[in-house]
Design a protein around this ligand. Structure first.
Ligand SMILES: NC(=O)c1ccc[n+]([C@@H]2O[C@H](COP(=O)([O-])OP(=O)(O)OC[C@H]3O[C@@H](n4cnc5c(N)ncnc54)[C@H](OP(=O)(O)O)[C@@H]3O)[C@@H](O)[C@H]2O)c1
Length: 334
């Protein structure tokens, strides 16, 4: 079967993303072949594409995929032809606590990802899609949504009435807002501009602060809230000290992103005198993804898709992401 896929040619850079013709193989025992229909852009994919995360020459990028099974290998009994499925960020982390062994393979980085019309994958490295989801919607979930879900639910034990701070209006943060509201939380959000602030309010944020206008936004939020229960930190060095200002007694700062760089300075006593925790997480397991999908099926939550591109337009989609004009997710369909 002829198909198209995108590969990252070294030394990386958006000009080295190349659309190529390829032949799809037959599934081996334990594998299924998927006709991928959509992927979505995450900041991690941008780092792979622009060469900041070096990958093998010819690597197929993109950690998110949603598609339909078109062939089933020997020994696979839990999927059939026609089933609609989603990828896993960590294809070997199925359940339990993370370990080096289960998290060293990353889709679209150390192993091929889903910027491909067809590929064969281990049937265990997939989950079903939520009911009533399009492929484009399902492709927003495996990285961004699962990270927000894990930060708030299995790691954060969020309760109705909790206060949550999300930062910025990117893909992961918007899922953080949606899951927090679904859990009955009060949500503070930050953003870089007032137009996006309006959008965040429309999406359910209770209060929004422009972090460019108020550089001490963490203190402001602490003053208004008495200290929040959960912070989903995406800025790292750019945001962590204000995140620690914002968090309340016994609260949790979940370190998720490094939009502001890799090394941060912190005033440590502020953290321990509040008995607060600082907790790093990276996406989640298959079991967590299944729990999240079950919750989505019950709540009817739908992702916020900002814009759709075609497979051949991946570089343009990354340029759009880099311009930070988006709110929520950017999707590619094929
Ligand atoms: N640990 C994990 O498992 C995991 C999983 C998913 C994502 N991440 C990380 O989370 C971060 C966001 O990822 P994403 O895929 O959601 O990215 P994205 O969709 O590209 O979102 C980026 C958005 O972040 C906001 N932003 C940029 N600098 C900021 C700052 N200094 N303070 C607050 N907000 C800022 C901007 O929104 P505004 O203009 O509204 O401020 C920007 O549009 C990245 O660092 C990514 O690597 C980590």
């Amino acid at each position: 079967m002829n198909m198209k896929k995108i590969i990252v040619e070294q030394p990386g850079g958006l000009e080295h993303l190349k659309l190529v013709d390829a032949k799809a193989s037959e599934p081996m025992p334990g594998e299924v072949r998927v006709r991928w229909r959509a992927t979505s852009l995450n900041y991690h994919d941008l780092l792979v594409a622009n060469g900041a995360i070096p990958v093998a020459d010819g690597r197929v990028p993109m950690s998110d995929g949603a598609g339909e099974i078109d062939a089933v290998g020997e020994g696979v009994d839990h999927f059939k032809v026609g089933d609609k499925v989603m990828s896993l960020f960590f294809p070997n982390w199925l359940s339990g606590e993370p370990s080096l062994k289960t998290t060293s393979d990353i889709s679209g980085e150390t192993v091929d990802g889903y910027a491909s019309q067809v590929s064969c994958v281990n049937a265990k490295a997939l989950t079903s899609m939520p009911e009533n989801y399009s492929f484009a919607e399902a492709a927003t979930l495996p990285c961004a949504a699962l990270t927000a879900w894990r930060a708030l639910v299995p790691a954060g034990n969020i309760k109705a009435g909790d206060t949550v701070l999300i930062q910025g209006s990117g893909g992961m943060s918007i899922f953080g807002l949606q899951f927090a509201k679904a859990a009955g939380a009060y949500v503070y959000a930050t953003t870089s501009n007032n137009e996006k602030a309006e959008k965040l309010l429309e999406l359910g944020a209770d209060e929004v602060i422009n972090y460019k206008e108020d550089e001490r936004w963490g203190k402001t939020i602490a003053h208004r809230s008495g200290g929040v229960n959960h912070v989903l930190d995406v800025g790292g060095p750019a945001t962590l000290s204000q995140a620690v200002e914002a968090v309340g007694y016994g609260g949790q700062v979940t370190l998720i992103g490094i939009l502001g760089g890799r090394k941060a300075e912190l005033v440590l006593p502020k953290l321990f005198f509040k008995h607060a925790s600082l907790n790093g997480i990276a996406v989640g397991s298959r079991a967590m993804q299944t729990d999240m999908i079950n919750a989505i099926n019950v709540s009817g939550l739908k992702p916020v898709v900002d814009q759709e591109f075609e497979l051949a337009e991946l570089a343009d989609a990354f340029r759009y992401q880099s311009s930070a004009k988006h709110v929520g997710k950017i999707v590619l369909t094929y």
